[in-house]
Every structure is written in C-alpha cells, then in structure tokens.
Write a protein that binds this ligand. Sequence first.
Ligand code: SF4
Ligand code: SF4
Ligand code: SF4
Ligand code: FES
Length: 378
Amino acid sequence: MVTVTIDGKSIQVETGTTVMEAARDLGIEIPHLCYHPELSASGGCRLCIVEVEGRAGLEPSCQLACADDQVVRTQSKRLSQMRREVIDLFVSDHPLDCVICDKAGACLLQKYAYEYGVSETSYDLEVSRSLFQDDNPFFLRDHKYCILCGRCVRVCNEVIGADAIELAGRGFESHVATPFDGPMIDSSCIFCGSCVQVCPTAALMPVSRRGKGREWDLDRIKTICGYCGVGCQVEYALKDSRILYAQATPDAPVNGEFLCTKGRYGWDFATHPERLTTPMIRRDMAYELGLTDEPWHLPDASPLAVQQPKIEDSFVPVGWDTALDLVAQKLADTVKENGPDSIMGLASARCTNEENYVFQKFMRAGIGTNNLDHCARL
Ligand code: SF4
Ligand code: SF4
Ligand code: SF4
Ligand code: FES
C-alpha cells in the first residue's frame, strides 16, 4: 500500500494504483478523454495532466502510478492553460457542430471545451476525416467527430475480444478502421455496441436516435434486460415514452457498462404494435366456451399462399382470470385422464430465479411430475 495526497486529501491505495484512480476514489474528477475506467490507459489525449511536487514536468495521471508521500495537484493556472491548449488542438480538427449534434449534452469534448472556455480554435480549422459509414442497422460511424482517443479499439480488443477495428494510418490520415475499411458486417464485429457506449463524442452513435431529440429532452429508465438469466441492468433513453436507445451504466452491478447485442439493440418489441399485452385463447376454443360469437373459419386464401397471419383471426383476447382458469382446468383434466407424467413443464431464461423456482415447485409438488426443463439461453 502507498499513501498519496491529491489536492490536499490523503488516501491509502494498493501499489500500482494510478493517480487518476486514486483521485476518483477521493471524488476528484480529473479531465480526461482517452481514459476509461474499464480499459487500459493509452495516455493519448494528455488532458489528464497533473502537477507532482518535486517534478518539473506535467504527468498524465491515467498512467502515473501513485507513490508513497507523493503530493499531486489536479488544478492550477498552469494546468488550466495546458488543458486549454490540448482542447484547442482537438477542436482544430473537429467540427464544432454542437448546436445540431445529437451527442450535445453527453459529449466529453463539449463538456471540457465549455469548462475551459474554448469556443473556437486558435489554429486553422482543418477537419481531416470525412468518412461517414452507415453500413449496419445498429450504429453510425461519422469520422469527422472522431478524436482518435482509441477507446472503441481498446474496448473491442480488450473487453469484447472481437478485434474488429484498429487505428490505421498516420497523422491526418489516422482513422478507426475495419480490415480494408470494409463494412462492419464483413469484419469480426458482433454488434455489441460497446464501442458506441465508450465513445466520448458523436463519432459512434446509435442509428435509432439520429435526429430524434436532444440529450436533455430524453427521459431515462433503468430496468433489467429480459433476454437471459444474466440479468444485466439496462438504461433506456426515451422521448415521448418511446425508446430511442439503450445503454449500460457504470453502476450496473452485473454488467457495468457492457451489454450484448440483444440487450443493447433488441428493444423495439416494447412498443411494437403487435406486442401481446393480454392473454389470448384460440378462437375455436373461445367459441366453444361462449367467450365470442364469431367462430373460427378456415381462411379463404390457400394455406400455401404467402400471407401475413392476423392474430385476431385465430385468437380472442381474454382477461387473466379467464385464461388461468382455463389452463388450470385443462391441466387438471389431463392429469386425471393420463396421469401427471403426461405433462411437461418448460421454464424460461427470461424469468427470474425466484419465478423459475416457483415453477419447478409447481410442476413437482402441484402437478406431480419431474418432466421439467429450461431453455438455458434464447
Ligand atoms: S461531438 Fe461533441 S464537440 Fe463535437 S459537435 Fe458533437 S457535441 Fe460538439
Ligand atoms: S460493436 Fe462490439 S464487436 Fe463491433 S466494433 Fe464495436 S465493440 Fe467491436
Ligand atoms: S470513434 Fe469514438 S471512441 Fe473511437 S477513437 Fe473516435 S472518438 Fe474515440
Ligand atoms: S486521459 Fe490520460 S492521457 Fe487521455
């Protein structure tokens, strides 16, 4: 363990802890663009510089290991000037489109430009990247907003293990590239969207939110992804009660900032017009039970014809009591006629542990069978 003092506050940390990490533990935010707590430190942006007592130069705090009796300052006139210079360089190669940018309000470059009062560049503005790639249904790559922080590359390589993208080229030619700059679908990308999650600017954005609303207009709701038993926490951003995009949040206990493709992009069922919102009973059975006056008819069109089935032709919506009474009656009749082992229960990974526990109890103790299985993943 070593003891370090940052902005007058002392903290004891494990050997190897960086000044950036120790500062975060103390609740001190050091400006940063390329640093991300889940990724290795690349030391590329130089915005996280700090002063260390006894050293003349400025040090990048994301790569500086804490040392015993080290005294660090994260704020000073000199640091502000240097950070302003760094931001000035970034905005000399970045369109300051904040007034029309979907990322405004959630963009780290905008945040620091605001905090350090950089409203324009003192250099000649020269935006060196112009590639715009909308080659997949999940996210857009708008290279003119890219600040080459490398977070997307590191998350793809270090966390996801997909190795789909890399920093290619040199100088003004540098850009984030798939192999041969081909479409994402031809790369090893698994469309987890983790690169979009960690991108600090508008260079990577969900397709679904483009032009649909400003960050501060969106409502946010946290919930648990229902696709599998891992139970990842997901936060939906909504406009007018419709989901615009999904993301993970750092405080998610199971998944941190990461989601799989299903959790991040598979939410359109929530407001789909054909989503089932009430139990339904087959129309022929509902007619027999007197729940509808309209019997079921064989459709006029040939069953071989390609057609969009209409659910209301074959099913009748009913209340939960009616549906559950019918299921209970059918189960009781089947057990009576054919014995409990004529029934099998298939539990779902979309249920909670507790629900699956109750289900197996119901099958074993209620129905009296061990015919029980579970779809481990969808
Ligand atoms: S990415 Fe950030 S800095 Fe760039 S235009 Fe958008 S909000 Fe402004
Ligand atoms: S979506 Fe996932 S796999 Fe694809 S490039 Fe981004 S991080 Fe890599
Ligand atoms: S696309 Fe985003 S995360 Fe990737 S290097 Fe550019 S700014 Fe950084
Ligand atoms: S955050 Fe430390 S160098 Fe970028």
